[in-house]
Design a protein around this ligand. Structure first.
Ligand code: GLN
Length: 549
C-alpha cells in the first residue's frame, strides 16, 4: 500500500486495562477486512529486553522466532494475528536510548547536538517505519506501554504526534480507558476517562476512538457524556465489558462495527465484508468451540513463579496456559489448571500423592535451585504412576535427572546449573555458553529463538508432529549431556528429537509410559488458538484418556 496506516493504542486511568488484547483484537478484525496487519509494542522500561527481569516482576518473557526476549503481549499478537512477529516490532526505552547514544559515539549525527526531545522520537519513528517495511503491512497497530500522564512513555507519544503531523490522514489514536463502578455509588463513572483524554490533549493528541473497559457495557448516557466532554463522535465510543475469555473480544468489537469505523477514519475501503471473511468465519467457529467445551481436563502445573505479595498470579506462564487451553478446546474440553508449589513436596514428601488426582502434570521452564528437588519428586511420582507428564525446558532436564537417578541408579546425577561438579553431569553448559557465563554476560546470550529439530520416526513425538523436521523456539543456557544418551536409552528414556546442526538433544520420551515427554525448547510459543501445538495436543489427548479410565 502506498500510504501505510498507523494506529496507536494508549491506556488511560490505570495499567492492566487490556491494551494488549485490544491491540491484538484490533489487528485481527482489520486483518479480517482483507488487510495485511502487524502489531508492535513499546515498553517504557530501561531494560534493553525482558530477558533479564524476574518473571514475578515482569510476567512471561516471550521469545520471537528471531530470538528476541520480549514482553508477553507479543505472544498475544502472534496468537490473534496467527503470524510471526519479529524483533523489530518490539522496543523499550533502553533499546532506543542505547541506539541513539551508540550512534552519537560513532559520529552518526555528524557533530549535531543530539537532543532528547527530537532525536529520541526520531529514532522511535525510524523503528516504526522499519517494522512496517519488514512486515510489508498495510496497517500497523502500535501499543504504547504504560498509562497516559506518566513520564516514561512521553517521548513515545511525542513520536506519535510527529507522525500524525507529517501524515494526518494515516495516523489514528485509540484510547483504552477504565470506567469504574464504585460499589457504594452503583453508577459507572466517566470522569477518570475524561481526565485521561485531557492528558492526551496536553501532549497534543486527541483520541479518534475510545474503548471503554468496565465490568458492564457502557449505556447511552455514559456514551453521550464522554462524547460531549471528550470531543468525540459517540459512535466512536466502544464498549468493552468483561468477557469470559479474551478470544471473544474481536467479536464484541465487530458487533459494534469497529473495523468499519476505523477504516473509514483511515480513508480505506474494506476489501472484504467482515461476516464473509474466512478469518472471521474461523474465529467464530473457535469461539463457539470454546463455549461448547465444558467438560474439564484437569492439569497440574508444578512451578514457582506464582506469588506476588498476597496474590497468586500465573502471568509468568501465559503462553503455557494458552497452549493448554488451545489443545483442550480442539478436543472439546476445558483445561482446568491447578498451580502447585514443588517446595511443599520438599517439606512433606507425602504430599506429592496429590498428583494422582490430575489427568496430567506439566512442569514449565525455570531457572535456579529453588523447588528443584520437589519437582524431581513430582516427576518420579508421575513416572511411577503412569500419569501423563509434559516437561518444558527445565521440565525436560529435570526429567532426565530423575530417570538417571532412580532408574539408571546414578545417584549423583544433576545439572551443573545447580551443582558445579556433580558426579554425573546429566545437564551441562553448552560449549557456546561457557564464555558468556565466565564473563557474566547474561543479557540476550542464552540459546534463543528458532532451531531445527529432527523428529525420530516411530516415537510419540513423530506421531504428534506428523513430519520429520520441525522448528521450535528456545531459551536456555544448559543442554543434555550426550555422554549419557545410551545409558538413559537403555533405561527407556529415548531421544526422539535432535538438532542436526549442533547434535543437541531436543526431545526425550519414556517408552512404555502413556505420555512422558520433555522438550528442550518451548513449544508453548508456537501454539495458536487456530492451530494448537501438536505436542500439547498429544499431552491433552493422553490426559483425556487417563480421565476416561
Ligand atoms: N535453567 C535451564 C537452562 O538454562 C532451563 C531454562 C528454561 O527452562 N527456560 O538451561
Amino acid at each position: 500500500m502506498k500510504h501505510p496506516k498507523y494506529i496507536f493504542v494508549v491506556g488511560g486511568v490505570m495499567s492492566s486495562v487490556g491494551k494488549g488484547v485490544v491491540t491484538s483484537s484490533l489487528g485481527m478484525i482489520l486483518q479480517s477486512r482483507g488487510f495485511h496487519v502487524t502489531a508492535m509494542k513499546f515498553d517504557p522500561y530501561i531494560n534493553v529486553d525482558a530477558g533479564t527481569m524476574n518473571p514475578t516482576e515482569h510476567g512471561e518473557v516471550f521469545v520471537t522466532e528471531d530470538g528476541d526476549e520480549t514482553d508477553q503481549d507479543i505472544g498475544n499478537y502472534e496468537r490473534f494475528l496467527d503470524e510471526d512477529i519479529y524483533s523489530v516490532n518490539y522496543m523499550t526505552n533502553g533499546r532506543i536510548w542505547l541506539e541513539v547514544i551508540n550512534k552519537e559515539r560513532n559520529l552518526e549525527y555528524k557533530g549535531k547536538c543530539v537532543e532528547v526531545g527530537y532525536h529520541i522520537p526520531q529514532e522511535i519513528i525510524r523503528r516504526i517505519k522499519l517494522a512496517q517495511q519488514k512486515s510489508r503491512s498495510d496497517i500497523m497497530v502500535i501499543e504504547v506501554g504504560g498509562t497516559i500522564g506518566e513520564y516514561q512513555n512521553i517521548l513515545f507519544l511525542e513520536a506519535a504526534r510527529m507522525m500524525k503531523l507529517e501524515n494526518p490522514g494515516d495516523v489514528l489514536f485509540v484510547l483504552v480507558s477504565y470506567l469504574p463502578i464504585p460499589s457504594k455509588v452503583g453508577e459507572m463513572k466517566t470522569k477518570p476517562t475524561q481526565h485521561a483524554v485531557r492528558q492526551m490533549n496536553e501532549v497534543g493528541l486527541q483520541p479518534n476512538v475510545i474503548i471503554g473497559r468496565a465490568e458492564k457495557p457502557l449505556d447511552t448516557v455514559r456514551k453521550k457524556k464522554l462524547a460531549q466532554f471528550c470531543n468525540i463522535d459517540d459512535a466512536h465510543i466502544i464498549s468493552a465489558p468483561d468477557v469470559e475469555h479474551i478470544y471473544a473480544v474481536p467479536l464484541m468489537f465487530e458487533q459494534q462495527e469497529l473495523s468499519t469505523k476505523i477504516l473509514k477514519e483511515l480513508h480505506l475501503r474494506p476489501r472484504t465484508a467482515s461476516a464473509q471473511s474466512p478469518r472471521m468465519i474461523q474465529w467464530k467457529k473457535l469461539v463457539k468451540n470454546i463455549q461448547q467445551s465444558t467438560e474439564p481436563v484437569r492439569i497440574a502445573v508444578v512451578g514457582k513463579y506464582f506469588h506476588t505479595g498476597e496474590y497468586v498470579l500465573a502471568d509468568s506462564y501465559i503462553s503455557v496456559i494458552e497452549a493448554l487451553k488451545h489443545a483442550a478446546w480442539q478436543c472439546k474440553r476445558k483445561a482446568e489448571l491447578v498451580w502447585l508449589d514443588p517446595e511443599e513436596y520438599e517439606q512433606d514428601p507425602k504430599r506429592v500423592k496429590e498428583l494422582a488426582d490430575f489427568d496430567g502434570v506439566l512442569i514449565p521452564g525455570g531457572f535456579g535451585s529453588r523447588g528443584v528437588e520437589g519437582k524431581i519428586q513430582a516427576i518420579q511420582y508421575v513416572r511411577e504412576h503412569h500419569i501423563p507428564y509434559f516437561g518444558l525446558c527445565y521440565g525436560m532436564q529435570l526429567a532426565a535427572i530423575e530417570v538417571a537417578r532412580h532408574v539408571v541408579g546414578l545417584r549423583g546425577a544433576h545439572t551443573v546449573e545447580i551443582d558445579e561438579a556433580p558426579e554425573h553431569p546429566i545437564i551441562v553448559v553448552n560449549p557456546h555458553q561457557q564464555k558468556n557465563i565466565l564473563q557474566k554476560h547474561y543479557g540476550g546470550t542464552m540459546r534463543l529463538g528458532s532451531y531445527d529439530c529432527e523428529v525420530m520416526s516411530g516415537t510419540k513425538a513423530a506421531v504428534a508432529y506428523k513430519q520429520p523436521m520441525v522448528k521450535e523456539r528456545h531459551r536456555h543456557r544448559y543442554e543434555f549431556n550426550n555422554d549419557y544418551v545410551q545409558r538413559l536409552h537403555d533405561a527407556g528414556l529415548i531421544v526422539s528429537g535432535r538438532n542436526p546442526q549442533q547434535d543437541l538433544v531436543e526431545i526425550m520420551e519414556l517408552k512404555g509410559h502413556p505420555w512422558f515427554l520433555g522438550t528442550q525448547f518451548h513449544p508453548e510459543f508456537l501454539s495458536r488458538p487456530l492451530h494448537p501445538h501438536p505436542l500439547f495436543l498429544g499431552f491433552i489427548k493422553a490426559a483425556i484418556a487417563r480421565n476416561k479410565k
